[in-house]
Design a protein around this ligand. Structure first.
Ligand code: SF4
Length: 89
């Protein structure tokens, strides 16, 4: 299964929640109305704007769809080697 890193930049996140609608197992709004990154619906170690996740191909595609839906491009996705998958460079 692919390992990816998902990061939300809280300075860019405006709480639009489209990522939450598309990928609720990965994104959740916190008390500041910013998206936290979840690991399959869980928050091991507490709230975080950044997590490494082991995902299936379809979960990865869903997370990328969530990232693409963000109006401010606040979500960054990296592969195991640290290459940025989204936004495309
Ligand atoms: S879609 Fe973007 S702006 Fe909206 S909650 Fe998710 S990260 Fe924040």
């Amino acid at each position: 299964m692919p390992r990816i890193k998902v990061k939300v930049d809280p300075d860019l996140c405006i709480g639009a929640a489209s990522c939450v609608t598309i990928a609720p197992d990965t994104f959740q709004l916190n008390a500041e109305n910013k998206a936290d990154v979840l690991d399959h619906g869980q928050e091991p170690g507490g709230e975080s704007y950044e997590r490494e996740l082991e995902v299936t191909q379809s979960e990865m595609e869903n997370i990328l769809l969530g990232a693409q839906s963000c109006p401010t491009l606040a979500i960054f996705v990296y592969d195991e080697a640290g290459k940025q998958l989204f936004p495309e460079m």
